[in-house]
Design a protein around this ligand. Structure first.
Ligand code: SF4
Length: 364
């Protein structure tokens, strides 16, 4: 069995580690390129949301490299994610690929589904082996998110801002190569030291922007056209409202094991504007925007795929939040037609507005 799975940001690092520790042969799809997008767009329904198309492109490229089993997450709730797996399976079968699709349904704190999926992948296996695979993968997931945060927090202060991406990319490779949890920790300390040693302008006071929106677009740099790097290199401190480990904690860990009660705080913050689940991260986009305002951020950017229902709901509410809290919010819709030049122009105009607002030259 040669297993593959879709990309979503740096998710391949912990997932590959976990599957290999379980004794599986893993085919990581090649890094996302224009070809991946073109393949996905060509073979998916036009009205499907962008992540479905990107996944299809990933699968085709992995199947071309010999993968025969696809591991995909399932979903529940009002948005389309719940039937992604089935639709993707039909598309690939229609193209003549021979493979098996295994769908990991949302655990919601019930680990039996995880064990069922692992059994489908590797048969009967000692629980200790599953635990050690999980622990190593989790250590890598935490490390990768940590260096992502560090890159975003460091970049705007640097005399040479491109160095943050260099250290970050190097760091990802080091974490990927780490053989043990101890090794992950050692490499993480080295990367932190490298970030600390970069020359910076300590008196610089960057604008602070929070990113909210649909998880795939927020986490996948190819799809969001490297927004973290672009804003950071404009001198903006960027914070993402969601990381892979946040999502795992919220969806896989039972509530008593979650490190913080972030989900509860987000729901409370959203409550005056939206008080029920609308699918995806629509509720979170509203709540996180309120929280960014409370934390003194200068602005918020909402990112989502064209036709994403939960985020369209959030988008219709955010102008009220923006007015009430005097916080500029920019909503950006992404699809296969998004052009980089227009995108950058909108980002630059938004940052310019934030600068003028900070200097009290404009009132929103
Ligand atoms: S959250 Fe949006 S983009 Fe993601 S599957 Fe649902 S509708 Fe599609």
């Amino acid at each position: 069995m040669k297993v593959t799975f879709p990309h979503m940001g740096t998710m391949s690092i912990p997932v590959k580690s976990m599957l290999e520790e379980l004794g599986l042969e893993v085919v990581v799809p090649p890094p996302i390129t224009k070809r991946t997008l073109d393949l996905g767009v060509k073979h998916s329904p036009e009205f499907a949301c962008l992540p479905l198309k990107m996944n299809v492109g990933n699968y085709i490229e992995a199947l071309e490299q010999g993968a025969d089993t696809i591991l995909m997450g399932g979903g529940v709730g009002p948005c389309r994610f719940g039937y992604y797996g089935e639709v993707q399976e039909e598309i690939l079968e229609g193209l003549g690929y021979d493979f098996e699709m295994i769908i990991l349904e949302p655990l919601q704190g019930d680990w039996k589904e995880l064990f069922r999926t692992i059994k489908l992948l590797v048969g009967n296996i000692a629980i200790t082996k599953i635990r050690s695979a999980w622990q190593k993968g989790w250590a890598k997931a935490k490390a990768v998110d940590k260096i992502n945060r560090l890159a975003n927090q460091t970049r705007p202060y640097l005399l040479k801002r491109s160095q943050a991406s260099e250290v970050y990319e190097e760091g990802l490779e080091l974490i990927e190569q780490a053989e043990t949890i101890k090794d992950v920790e050692t490499k993480l300390s080295l990367i932190e030291e490298e970030f600390n040693n970069l020359d910076r302008n300590k008196n610089f006071e960057p604008l602070k922007v929070g990113l909210v929106g649909e998880i795939y677009v927020v986490l996948e740099p190819f799809t969001n056209l490297q927004i973290e790097k672009k804003l950071g290199e404009m001198g903006v401190l960027v914070d993402k409202s969601i990381y892979l480990t946040d999502w795992i904690e919220g969806h896989i860990f039972p509530s008593f094991l979650r490190q913080d009660q972030k989900g509860k705080k987000v729901k409370e913050a959203a409550q005056p504007y939206l008080n029920h689940f609308v699918g995806g991260h629509g509720l979170e986009s509203v709540g996180e925007t309120v929280l960014y305002s409370q934390k003194g951020y200068d602005g918020v950017i909402q990112l989502f795929p064209f036709t994403c229902m939960p985020e369209i709901i959030a988008e219709s509410i955010l102008p009220t939040v923006s007015r009430d809290l005097n916080l500029p919010v920019l909503s950006l819709t992404m699809d296969e037609h998004t052009g980089e030049a227009g995108y950058v122009t909108r980002l630059e105009a938004f940052i310019d507005l934030l600068k003028r607002k900070r200097r009290k030259e404009v009132v929103i």
